[in-house]
Ligand binder design. Structure first.
Ligand code: NAI
Length: 304
């Protein structure tokens, strides 16, 4: 196994460090800026050397170096500036992701792809179509990050260990994100029995908005996304069959087709091994459908 991370910026570099700290595999960091991936690789290796991790991080600007990679993470492209939505990045990042997807199809035909670049769901769809890979091999990281934020808010209210919290966020990784209060729990006890309706509404709203808050304060989100990417990589490499919400192509599930959006899945060595269908109530299904509707408009504008 080799992991390639395309985009050695803030999130890419932190994901590389995490892969090394969890001793998942060697990592190739690829970027178009000469010196950046090499410098990040050196810095990360210095930390890993002291931590006793034997994963080697390499940096390169040559796409050919990703030949034979088993997992390719796409985190190349512009991030949001304060005040921007994820959709504002569409045009610039679609060109980058299209270009990168063509390289992956050339050099790493057998790989599993994890898309991170925003807007996440359209970029996942674009990479799927441009590479022509089977749908289980192309997935987007959004829900795994959103649920970590949701968990943090649940802990804030309940004051129980974060370890005891199970949380789920599905739908568009964007304005129509759907934190699922009804499918979240504390030590197996449904969250709906533990917190009030007002508290539920409050953390629902905050989970959707908190990334923009972090970006306004420090310019980017880095640590939580880097960790969420690594959890998905770990599930594939170790064939854990973890239940993780990822952006994946729907073919009739949740009443939708030909769109990539976040749903709970089982992630293992075959990538997206199964989509889990939940029985959403009317309000949840409406929010999910709003996400689908907004993604449809965007998908039609993609350079496919
Ligand atoms: P950054 O600006 O720190 O890094 C982006 C890197 O991509 C730069 O080093 C740039 O040189 C590189 N790049 C641009 N075009 C490239 C190409 N064709 N090939 C290789 N490298 C290329 O940005 P950051 O903060 O690391 O974010 C990267 C992306 O990830 C953004 O689109 C951001 O919105 C997204 N993101 C998505 C999250 C999610 O939950 N899905 C969470 C956090 C960020």
């Amino acid at each position: 196994m080799t992991i390639t991370i395309i985009g050695a910026g803030k999130v890419g570099a932190y994901a590389a460090l995490n892969c090394g700290l969890r001793e998942l595999d060697d990592v190739l960091l690829l970027d178009i800026v000469e010196g950046l991936p090499q410098g990040e690789a050196m810095d990360i290796n210095h930390q890993l050397a002291e931590r006793g991790s034997d994963c080697i991080i390499r940096g390169s600007t040559n796409y050919e170096d990703m030949k034979g990679s088993d997992i390719v993470i796409v985190v190349a492209g512009m991030g949001r500036k304060p005040g921007m939505t994820r959709m504002d990045l569409l045009k610039t990042n679609a060109d980058i992701v299209k270009n990168v997807a063509l390289k992956i199809a050339t050099y790493a035909k057998e790989s599993k792809i994890i898309i991170v670049t925003n807007p996440l769901d359209p970029m996942t769809y674009l990479a799927l179509k441009i590479t022509g890979f089977s749908k289980n091999n192309v997935m987007g990281m959004g829900g795994m990050l959103d649920l970590s934020r949701f968990k943090n808010f649940i802990q804030d209210i309940t004051k129980v260990s974060r370890q005891s919290i199970q949380a789920l966020v599905i739908g568009e990784h964007g304005e129509n994100m759907l934190p699922l209060i009804r499918f979240s729990s504390i030590g197996g006890i449904p969250l709906t029995q533990v917190i009030s309706k007002e508290q539920a509404q409050d953390i629902f709203d905050h989970t959707k908005k908190v990334a923009a808050e972090v970006i306004a304060l420090k310019g980017a989100t880095i640590f939580a996304p880097g960790n969420a990417i690594t959890t998905m990589v770990e599930a594939i490499i170790k064939n854990k069959r973890s239940v993780i919400p990822v952006s994946t192509l729907l073919e009739g599930e949740y009443g939708a087709s030909n769109v990539c959006i976040g749903v709970p899945t089982i992630i293992g060595s075959n990538g997206v091994e199964k989509i889990i269908e939940l029985e959403l109530d009317t309000i949840e299904q409406n929010i999910f459908n709003q996400g689908i509707a907004s993604l449809r408009d965007v998908i039609n504008a993609l350079p496919i």
